[in-house]
Design a protein around this ligand. Structure first.
Ligand SMILES: Cc1ncc(COP(=O)(O)O)c(C=O)c1O
Length: 437
């Protein structure tokens, strides 16, 4: 085998390419909670892939299902033809979603799930004679992927800058977090009224122009912002009052991350649409999905001849058989190993460990819920430098860490042992020592 270290051909995503190539962090294989490099050095994975590998890396049951599927049916025409795995997985996903979110549309990624959800919202209103409802409401610091719809409703400036104006008629609520909530364990008690930003947008632009409001139950990529108590309930109430669809983007929150199947369950609010991806297949094969309230599908399909396509949307690889096999095996593993329950049980211990870092002067804020935590560092001379440095130091110390600016995130796999969580915190403490005096 040719031993390629790095080269100039691979343009890496969301990566400082030049910096990486000057000092590469290469991973050769993975198993359970660990990565291994070319020298077989064990590297703890503190972000379960990229929030993907809830059941750990290379789970034998999922690997076996993928292998078997590849030998049986490697692909089936996705449009106008079907295969059993796609139907079976849709039923399993629908069993997990709350309320009547029983119509499952497959995509290949979280970004595509978001685009699909926005299009379904528009199609729903148009089908009901309200095609003037074309506005979307997102939230500051929201992350909904990198395609133009998701970028438009997203609220992370760095990702949007330089890519043009995006969708017209998009408005943003403020981030659902108040500075007085710093160092709150779990949900802050203050800040629910930030949901009234939606009411404000309704009053300014008119309810009958708004199609949907999209939020992550916990804002993930921006650094784990946990919704204040009552906030999501308030959003639901405003949406109901004005006929606005509520979309929960659960690409990170879904599949046990919050201690339940979805954030919707943990926060006891049922949206009209849930987008999901990542842990749907335990990250083994790319796949995303959109779960819709059956009422949306019914409205879109109503009155159409059964031989007419009701939604002109889909991807070549929607419901790819190998992804479906991975998804089915993954959901079985979650059930057999009781991983959602495990995440809920471990959440308290995890939170206590993460909050043990609050004795360090350099730690500016800690937020945590379920098996998710976001920690802000005091910036150095140049914002973002410390986060980048910390990521590199942790790798040298034997851990992959996800950082964004001067914020780092912990999202261990749901299989994490207490000792591994302790190891994560120990590596971070050691890596922060140079600034923590
Ligand atoms: C909430 C949310 N939505 C959408 C996405 C985009 O998913 P993908 O990178 O699979 O396109 C992400 C990715 O992290 C996400 O966290």
């Amino acid at each position: 085998m040719q031993n390629i270290e790095t080269n100039d051909n691979y343009w890496m995503p969301f990566t400082a390419n030049a910096g990486f190539k000057a000092d590469p962090r290469m991973i050769q294989r993975a198993k359970g909670m660990y990565y291994y490099d070319a020298e077989d050095r064990q590297i703890l994975d503190s972000c379960s892939g990229l929030y993907t590998h809830a059941a750990g890396h290379s789970h034998p049951k999922i690997v076996e299902a993928v292998e078997k599927q590849l030998k049986t049916l490697d692909y089936a025409m996705a449009f106008q033809f079907g295969h059993p795995g796609a139907f079976e997985l849709a039923e399993r996903v629908a069993d997990l979603t709350p309320g009547n979110l029983n119509k499952i549309f497959y995509t290949n990624s979280g970004s595509e799930a978001v685009e699909t959800s926005l299009k379904i919202a528009l199609a729903y209103h148009a089908a009901r004679g309200e095609s003037q409802r074309t506005r979307f409401v997102g939230r500051e610091k929201g992350y909904h992927g990198v395609n133009f719809g998701g970028l438009s409703v997203g609220g992370i400036a760095r990702n949007k800058n330089g890519f043009g104006p995006g969708l017209p008629h998009v408005h943003h609520m403020r981030n659902a977090y108040l500075s007085e909530s710093r160092f709150t364990k779990g949900q802050p008690s203050e800040g629910w009224e930030l949901a009234d930003d939606l009411e404000q947008i309704v009053q300014t632009y008119g309810a009958d122009t708004i199609a949907a409001c999209i939020v992550e139950p916990i804002a993930g990529s921006a650094g784990i912002f946990v919704p204040p108590e009552g906030y999501l309930q308030r959003l639901r109430k405003i949406c109901d009052r004005y006929g606005i669809l509520l979309i929960f983007d659960e690409v990170i929150c879904g599949f046990g991350r919050t201690g339940k199947a979805f954030g919707a369950h943990s926060f006891d609010v049922t949206p009209d649409i849930i987008t999901m991806a990542k842990a749907l297949t335990n990250g083994t094969i790319p796949m995303g999905a959109v779960a819709c309230d059956t009422a949306l599908y019914d409205a879109i399909a109503e009155g159409k001849d059964e031989n007419v396509v009701e939604l002109f949307h889909g991807y070549t690889y929607s419901g790819h058989p190998v992804a479906c096999a991975a998804g089915l095996a993954t959901l079985q593993v979650y059930e057999d190993e009781k991983l959602f329950e495990r995440a809920e049980e471990m959440a308290g211990k995890f939170r206590d460990l993460v909050f043990s870092l609050n004795d360090l002067n350099i730690v500016r804020d800690i937020r945590s819920y379920g098996l998710l935590a976001g920690i802000d560092l005091e910036p150095g001379d140049k914002p973002g430098d410390r986060g980048y440095d910390l990521m590199k130091t942790c790798f040298e110390e034997g851990m992959v860490l996800r950082t964004s600016g001067d914020t780092f995130v912990l999202a261990p796999a749901l299989i994490a042992e207490e000792g591994q969580l302790e190891e994560m915190i120990a590596i971070i403490r050691k890596s922060l020592a140079k600034w923590a005096a």
